[in-house]
Design a protein around this ligand. Structure first.
Ligand SMILES: *[C@@H]1O[C@H](CO)[C@@H](O)[C@H](O)[C@H]1NC(C)=O
Ligand SMILES: *[C@@H]1O[C@H](CO)[C@@H](O)[C@H](O)[C@H]1NC(C)=O
Ligand SMILES: [Zn+2]
Length: 353
């Protein structure tokens, strides 16, 4: 934290995450953490005196890799009671509890009082995150800076169908209740319901479809599918979820299978950037003579959760072919430097407000 001239005022915060998925790139998150530290250094070197204090936040576990929970750090800071409770029993793939992991990383807190880390609304007057775009738009259009106006939020749904299974030769077609075909039909229904929304911002994906017992000569007796659907409009996304639920029920009835599970695993609301922060980011880009455009973040970030307790804004920089979450992920030094400059100037403006 860099104390401002008026430390009693709500501080301005910036930061991102440094964890990553296996076999990922080196820029997702890291640019926003090292960039935040450099932006503060730039302001210090320039002799700037902030009015509001400036803080850098390094979030833990943005990716769900270790504990199966995405944005664990920011979600908890934003005051999720449900997460604080769930973490009491959360273990990683090696059966190491969240609390043991936290202690061994030097964060020995009272086990039962995770709520002590919840941020009060008003702690920060603004939170700004610098991040690689993770999409191809800025590079394709030759634009230096993306100013994020909204972050789309995902909902994930787990569905299971159960039928009688049976021998692939012996059970005749009219006698079947094939759990695999029910899953296939639901996957197509997901696509249909998303397209029916009429908005290019609605998306839906069936990324997991597993059949049991998974043998070529056995009618699937169980199917398991996981659906991810996102939008920047929460109501529109929730209508899609309702339609998927109705389709799952109808498909189960028509095919004589049992819908043994329809579980919404998470349903986070989307977030809008704060107008005054968008204006500060735009003004900064202009003063630095950097081309910029307003855009939507279709991936989600720690900022999605920080938006629950603080006005929020995000700065995107181009990345090679939009690649992310793979080793080819890359942003040039020039692009990173542009992002850090815009971040520094934006923080300076916000700290004087
Ligand atoms: C995980 O650890 C707990 C507590 O140490 C133990 O009771 C449990 O049996 C372990 N589970 C597995 C699958 O090893
Ligand atoms: C931006 O361009 C203007 C006009 O060409 C120039 O006066 C100014 O110094 C430039 N600013 C920066 C930061 O390069
Ligand atoms: Zn990230």
């Amino acid at each position: 934290m860099w104390e401002g001239l008026q430390p009693e005022l709500a501080a301005v915060a910036t930061g991102s995450h440094i964890d990553a998925i296996p076999y990922s790139g080196k820029y997702d998150g890291v640019v926003g953490v090292l960039g935040a530290i450099e932006a503060i250094n730039v302001l210090k070197r320039s002799g700037f005196k902030p009015k509001r204090s400036l803080e850098v936040i390094l979030f833990t576990s943005e990716e769900p890799t270790r504990f199966g929970i995405s944005c664990l750090g920011s979600r908890l800071l934003a005051g999720s009671e449900a997460l604080a409770n769930a973490l009491k029993t959360t273990v990683d793939g090696q059966n190491i509890s969240f609390f043991d992991a936290a202690r061994s990383a030097g964060y020995a807190n009272d086990q039962d009082d995770l709520s002590s880390v919840f941020l009060k609304k008003g702690t920060y007057s603004a939170f700004v995150e610098l991040h690689i775009e993770q999409g191809p738009i800025l590079e394709e259009e030759g634009i230096s800076i993306g100013i994020v106006t909204a972050i789309a939020a995902p909902a994930s749904i787990r569905v299971e169908f159960e039928g009688n299974g049976g021998h692939a030769g012996a059970v005749l077609m009219p006698k079947r209740n094939d759990a695999g075909l029910a899953a296939a039909e639901l996957a197509l229904a997901v696509e249909r319901h998303v397209l029916e929304s009429g908005s290019i911002d609605s998306v839906g994906t069936v990324g997991i479809l597993e059949l049991h017992p998974g043998a070529i000569n056995s009618i699937p007796s169980k199917s398991h599918i996981e659906i991810d659907t996102r939008d920047i409009d929460e109501e529109r996304r929730n209508i899609i979820i309702e339609k998927i639920r109705q389709s799952a029920n109808t498909i189960a009835i028509n095919r004589g299978v049992r819908l043994s599970e329809f579980k919404i695993i998470n349903q986070d609301p989307p977030a809008l950037s704060e107008k005054s922060i968008i204006e500060a980011m735009e003004a900064s880009s202009k003063e630095l003579n950097l081309t910029h455009k307003l855009m939507i973040s279709r991936a989600y970030h720690d900022s999605l959760f920080m938006a629950r307790v603080s006005p929020m804004g995000m700065i995107f920089i181009p990345c090679y072919k939009g690649y992310s979450h793979k080793p080819e992920e890359f942003s040039s030094v020039d692009d990173i430097s542009n992002g850090v400059k815009v971040l520094a100037l934006t923080l300076a403006k916000l700290s004087l407000e």
